[in-house]
Write a protein that binds this ligand. Structure first.
Ligand code: RET
Ligand code: FE2
Length: 353
């Protein structure tokens, strides 16, 4: 990691709060994977209604709220006050980018869905690159290409492994989402789920994961492999997890307890009040502050959900349809969220080593 980034991190959160946050994200993340894998291995896949529970919870717990502090993070990371102008800029970003993407869903749902998978891959990957650098101190990711490789690996795990391991459930959710807009278009995605396409994805992505891990190994010394071992444990843990746990459940848990948790902890480190609280071990104080900060725009997100419900041409009629409406809402909210997180990445020099 560059000296500049360390300097900023000293500004944005003490080493003690950083270490606390790192332990929390790793502990909760690995525990979630272990519990879900063990339960699935012991008693088999939970019945479908249970698989929806984490995604349903993510509407108010961790998931939707993690982006609902987007209007606060940039000024906080820059050490500037939150002004009416900074709020308006984020509001306009959400309005224009979100609306444009909603229009794309209406006009071309299949490309919009493929874009959603790509956006998620990039966004979840970028979140993990930050965590690798700042929480794990993976200093073997010293160049921009090495970080891009880590992005593709970490983002590809939740988006590609389920496609290989659970094509039927993946196709079902994909077709339900596209079907909300145009039931005739849903079949267009079918070739992606063919055995040939899945084999190609498994081989290509598998080789990339192996290459990334091997590269990290070769760039570290025997005495200093701690961060690399964390990286391998997380990576292989996620491979096993997404291979074993059915995707609706797996992605729901991952969204809450992996991606969103890490991002929320990141936003706490750039917030002077929360990071001071973390430093003294007052985790409850930091969480109460986050709950208060994120509450208004979580309600805003729910209003968007209701809006999407009314603009989709097909009336949602099943639990799967409700999930599909929620996923379109997430898609529309995530694109502007990616812009904010990319600016935060820039502020924290994630991409300019
Ligand atoms: C639920 C689910 C899917 C998609 C989930 C996606 C794409 C979620 C994106 C969430 C985002 C972007 C959150 C923001 O941080 C798949 C893969 C179709 C497979 C079946 C289950
Ligand atoms: Fe996010």
């Amino acid at each position: 990691m560059s000296r500049e980034m360390s300097r900023r991190c000293v500004v944005s959160g003490s080493d003690r709060s950083r270490r606390r946050v790192a332990r929390l994200s790793l502990g909760v993340g690995l525990l979630s994977l272990a519990v879900a894998v063990s339960v699935t291995a012991l008693v088999g896949s939970p019945p479908l209604p249970y698989q929806y529970v984490p995604l349903a919870l993510s509407v108010v717990v961790l998931g939707l709220p993690h982006g609902a502090v987007d209007h606060l993070v940039l000024p906080r990371a820059r050490g500037e006050p939150v002004t009416r102008r900074s709020l308006a800029l984020v509001g306009l970003l959400y309005l224009f980018v979100g609306t444009a993407y909603a229009v794309l869903w209406l006009l071309a749902p299949v490309p919009a869905f493929v874009l959603f998978i790509l956006i998620t891959l990039v966004h979840w990957g970028q979140g993990d690159v930050y965590a690798l650098l700042e929480f794990v101190r993976a200093d073997y990711l010293e160049t921009r290409p090495s970080r891009l490789l880590a992005l593709v690996v970490r983002g590809g795990l939740p988006m590609l492994v389920p496609l290989v391991a659970f094509p039927a459930q993946y196709a079902f959710v994909a077709e339900t989402i596209v079907g909300l807009f145009n039931p005739d278009a849903a079949a267009a995605l079918e070739p992606v789920f063919s055995p040939a396409a899945r084999t190609a994805i498994a081989l290509g992505f598998g080789a990339l994961v192996a290459f990334a891990l091997l590269r990290g190994f070769l760039r570290t010394e025997p005495g200093g492999r701690g961060p690399w071992l964390v990286d391998v444990t997380e990576t292989l843990g996620l491979v096993v997890y997404f291979t074993v746990v059915p995707p609706i459940l797996a992605i729901g848990l991952y969204f809450c307890f992996w991606h969103s948790l890490r991002h929320i902890l990141r936003t706490m480190l750039v917030d002077a009040v929360a990071s001071t609280a973390l430093e003294r071990g007052a985790i409850g104080t930091a969480w109460r502050r986050f709950a208060r900060d994120s509450a208004p725009l979580t309600v805003g997100g729910l209003i968007v959900l209701v809006g999407i419900w009314f603009i989709v041409p097909q009336t949602p009629a099943s639990v799967a349809d409700v999930l599909a409406v929620y996923l379109v809402t997430i898609a529309v909210l995530t694109l502007p969220h990616v812009v904010v997180v990319t600016l935060l990445d820039r502020e924290q020099r994630v991409w300019s080593p």
